[in-house]
Write a protein that binds this ligand. Structure first.
Ligand code: ARG
Length: 263
């Protein structure tokens, strides 16, 4: 129900942007003025860069870095397209795509049927699952134990949806944060008793914050697959992205990146 309401609100927001900017043609999306008459296709990616090691801001340069950033740059290189990547808050990603501010999302976004109604996804590029983070010594040993506890999530993520779907879970016990690190900080602080979020990001956080006093609990969460999202119907860009993705998987670049960030 919640999910549905979110979708509905998103659709309304998109509709509004659409009408206000009068951008039926979407000409500006992904096109930069090239030499003379020809318009050059550019990959303009958005990522919620509070998600190490997938996407984060380099504290000095402010540039978006991480697995996703490297991957989209490699994809661009493989198909001869320039890549621009910038931070956009998680809840702002779909509106930014709709307005043409960006023309694709690479933000560890899980391919879901609901999202497929509003965007088109590339071939899957990463497999992940949810994981539960708790404070050391917690009596939470699995999903069922979350009922009756305060659970932190990044709002409108698949972790949020997984907690919502738990039988007996009360909405008031789900604490929604704008970013995953916000949820994890509040777990250390004691505001919530557990956090449910993407495993690679939670594990990375714990590794780099040994003093946070957190450990993980696994359960049989479904496998999730990340995809790169484009505006519905943007086949030109989607084809290029899929072509580039296939190339970097084949030529070893993908494996190198995987090693760089996860081994
Ligand atoms: N994979 C989850 C989802 O699609 C969470 C992704 C959050 N990404 C981020 N950069 N904050 O809902």
């Amino acid at each position: 129900m919640k999910k549905f309401r979110f979708l509905l609100v998103s659709l309304l927001v998109f509709g509004l942007i659409f009408v206000l900017t009068g951008c039926g043609g979407g000409e500006e999306a992904g096109k930069a003025q090239g030499e003379g008459e020809t318009e050059k296709l550019v990959i303009k990616a958005g990522a919620d860069a509070a998600y190490a090691p997938m996407e984060y801001k380099n504290p000095e340069s402010g540039e978006v870095e991480g697995f996703d950033a490297d991957l989209i740059r490699a994809i661009g290189e493989a198909v001869g397209l320039e890549v621009d990547i910038k931070h956009v808050d998680w809840d702002g990603l779909f509106p930014a795509l709709e307005s043409g501010d960006i023309n694709c999302i690479i933000s560890s976004m899980t391919i879901t049927d609901e999202r497929k109604k509003i965007v088109d996804f590339s071939d899957p590029y990463f497999e992940a699952t949810q994981i539960i983070a708790v404070r050391k010594g917690s009596d939470i040993k699995g999903l069922e134990d979350l009922v009756g506890k305060k659970v932190g999530v990044q709002q409108n993520t698949t972790g949020h949806y997984a907690v919502e779907e738990l039988e007996g879970m009360k909405d008031e016990d789900i604490k929604k944060f704008p970013t995953t690190p916000d949820a994890l900080i509040n777990l250390t602080n004691g505001l919530v008793d557990a956090v449910v979020a993407d495993a690679p990001v939670v594990l990375n956080y714990i590794k780099h914050n040994p003093d946070a006093g957190l450990v993980t609990v696994t359960d049989d969460f479904e496998k999730e697959y990340y995809g790169i999202a484009v505006k519905k119907g943007n086949k030109e860009l989607l084809d290029k992205i899929n072509e580039g993705l296939a190339k970097v998987k084949k030529n070893g670049t993908y494996d190198e990146l995987y090693k760089k960030y996860f081994e």
